[in-house]
Structure formats: structure tokens, C-alpha cells
Design a protein around this ligand. Structure first.
Ligand SMILES: Nc1ncnc2c1ncn2[C@@H]1O[C@H](COP(=O)(O)OP(=O)(O)OP(=O)(O)O)[C@@H](O)[C@H]1O
Length: 297
């Protein structure tokens, strides 16, 4: 059940409110843009899923990417990662046209990003530590001892207990699997992480904890985060900006305040619907209810 369906959330920390409801940020400078997607069209068997889509992901921000089911959110993510071909348009990652890049350039880009796929996608026959070491073995030339030490640091960074290192995915809870998968995504100290529905399947507290972890990583590591999500609480609490996919392109992108005033049927029903109304907005009278702070246990 989505968190918004089962609890009321108050956003009453001043810093949260100002981050979420600040006027649209100034146009990003080139050096602030980590991912630049321009006029991208992707089709399968002649049927367009994305048509002339443009989007920026800025350094140090958590961008929430939303849209109706089947709209093409995963297709865009996979296309940015070079896992889907595109028919036209350009995608620059760290200023490099990844699709047109040489193998060497691709390798240099891949070392600077981390990916958490929807269901964690851990190797079931490997322990958590061994899973985290997979990208290290692929991209770095380190001794087994150093890789083990780095893996344990990542395990600590994502809030898993040290004994998780030697556990297999089948021995972990859903929340632990997400954290282990995040630890693997962080294995190479990336500048950006791509998260595909990171809180899906988590209980409300586990999901709030995960959001808090992502915010902490943004603040402490300066990480940029591209998060595909259906989770309204993540959008309201964790995201600096939101982009909405619809009609095969980005309909609107900006802070939450922009989403709330945007006149499009899906955007209106999503951000003003019954589920959204259970997330109390600062300009509404909060109903007397238990307060929730992200990360509270
Ligand atoms: N490799 C593929 N070949 C053919 N069609 C595909 C392929 N990948 C995706 N599609 C189609 O593209 C469309 C968008 O799918 P996508 O998974 O990106 O949606 P989504 O917005 O992520 O949906 P959800 O929120 O339900 O996960 C769907 O109609 C899907 O069937």
C-alpha cells in the first residue's frame, strides 16, 4: 500500500518547506547539468514510446520522475543507460554523448554512475559483500582485501549491520535488499545514482527511512539522484524537483509548487487526488494527526 494511503504526513520542518516550495530555480548552468536529454525519440516496432523528450538532471539534486503506468519511465531510464537504442535526439551524461561514445569513454561514464534496478537485482548466489564487489571487479583493479574493506564501508554507509556482509539475498528482508542494492550502486563512489522505484514494496516506515537515507547521501556525498517513483511521499519529502512524463514527453518539470499549479488532467489528478490530499501541504490546515518525520522509526 502506498504510504500516502495509510497515514497522514505533515511537512512542517521549515527547511523542508522552503526546499519544496521555493520558486523555480534559475536556469541551470551547463556545468550544473549531469544528464542532458534533448529531443529523444524511442520506438519499438515503429511505435513511439518517447517522442521528442527533453530533460535535465542537475548536480546534487534529487529528481523525481513520475508518470502514468506504461508511459515510458523505465524506457527513458534504460535509454539513458544505453540499454535501449534511440531513434533520434541526444543524451549527454557528464557532457559525453554516451550513445555515440567510444568504448573507453563509455567505461569512464559507467564508472561515474550507479544503478538500483526495481527489484534490487542482486545476484542470488553471491553474498551482499560479493554483490557489492561485482562492479569493483568489473571496473577497478583492487586487491581482494581492499575490495572487501570498501564493501564493508558501503554496507555501513547504507545503514546495514556488519553481519549483512555475509548474508545471501534470500536471507534479507525487502528493506535490506534495497539497501544492499543501493550499496552496490554506490560501489564505485558514483556522482549520480539511478533508482527505479526504490521504495516500492517497502512498508511506510521502511520507505520513509529509505528516503531519508537518499537525502543524507545527497547532502553528505553531493550525490545527484534520478528517481523513478510512484511514491507520493518520496516526491513530497525527498525530491528537489519533479519531472512528469506524459504524452510521450516531459509535460512539466520543476519544484512541487509548479506541479500543484500545473493544468493537465493527469498532473492534476495525481497531485490533487485523494492519495495526494492525505499528504498535508503546508498551505493547508494540517489535520490533527501524528506527525511524521522522514526516517522516524
Ligand atoms: N523492449 C521493448 N520492446 C517493446 N516494447 C517495449 C519494450 N520496453 C518497453 N516497451 C513498451 O514501452 C511502454 C512503456 O513501458 P515502461 O516500462 O517504460 O513504462 P513505465 O512508465 O515504466 O510503466 P510502470 O510505471 O508501469 O513501470 C510499454 O508499452 C512497454 O510495453
Amino acid at each position: 500500500m502506498p504510504r500516502s494511503d495509510c497515514e497522514t504526513v505533515t511537512l512542517d520542518a521549515p527547511d523542508q518547506q522552503s526546499a519544496l516550495h521555493a520558486p523555480a530555480a534559475k536556469t541551470a548552468r551547463d556545468s550544473d547539468v549531469v544528464i542532458r536529454v534533448r529531443d529523444v525519440t524511442v520506438a519499438f516496432d515503429g511505435k513511439k514510446v518517447l517522442d521528442g523528450l527533453s530533460l535535465d538532471v542537475r548536480r546534487g539534486e534529487i529528481l523525481g520522475f513520475v508518470g502514468p503506468s506504461g508511459a515510458g519511465k523505465s524506457v527513458l531510464l534504460r535509454t539513458i543507460l544505453g540499454l535501449n537504442p534511440k531513434q533520434s535526439g541526444t543524451i549527454e551524461v557528464f557532457g559525453i554523448d554516451y550513445h555515440g561514445a567510444s568504448d573507453r569513454e563509455k567505461l569512464s561514464v559507467e564508472r561515474r554512475w550507479g544503478v538500483l534496478f526495481q527489484h534490487g537485482a542482486l545476484f542470488s548466489s553471491l553474498t551482499v559483500r560479493e554483490n557489492i564487489e561485482v562492479p569493483m571487479k568489473e571496473y577497478l583493479d583492487l586487491s581482494p582485501k581492499l575490495m572487501g574493506e570498501l564493501a564493508r564501508l558501503k554496507i555501513d554507509l547504507v545503514g546495514l549491520a556488519p553481519d549483512a556482509a555475509d548474508k545471501y539475498p534470500s536471507e534479507l528482508s525487502g528493506g535490506m535488499i534495497k539497501r544492499a542494492a543501493l550499496a552496490r550502486a554506490l560501489a564505485l563512489d558514483p556522482e549520480i545514482v539511478f533508482l527505479d522505484e526504490p521504495t516500492s514494496g517497502l512498508d511506510p516506515i521502511g520507505a520513509a527511512d529509505f528516503d531519508q537515507l537518499i537525502m543524507t547521501l545527497r547532502d553528505t556525498l553531493g550525490l545527484s539522484v534520478y528517481m523513478v517513483t510512484h511514491d507520493l511521499d518520496s516526491l513530497f519529502q525527498a525530491c528537489d524537483r519533479i519531472a512528469v512524463l506524459g504524452d510521450k514527453k516531459v509535460l512539466v518539470e520543476g519544484p512541487l509548487s509548479k506541479m500543484l499549479s500545473y493544468d493537465h488532467p493527469w498532473v492534476k489528478s495525481y497531485f490533487h487526488g485523494k492519495r495526494a490530499r492525505t499528504v498535508v501541504l503546508p498551505d493547508q490546515d494540517p489535520a490533527p494527526s501524528p506527525k511524521k518525520t522522514a526516517g522516524a522509526a
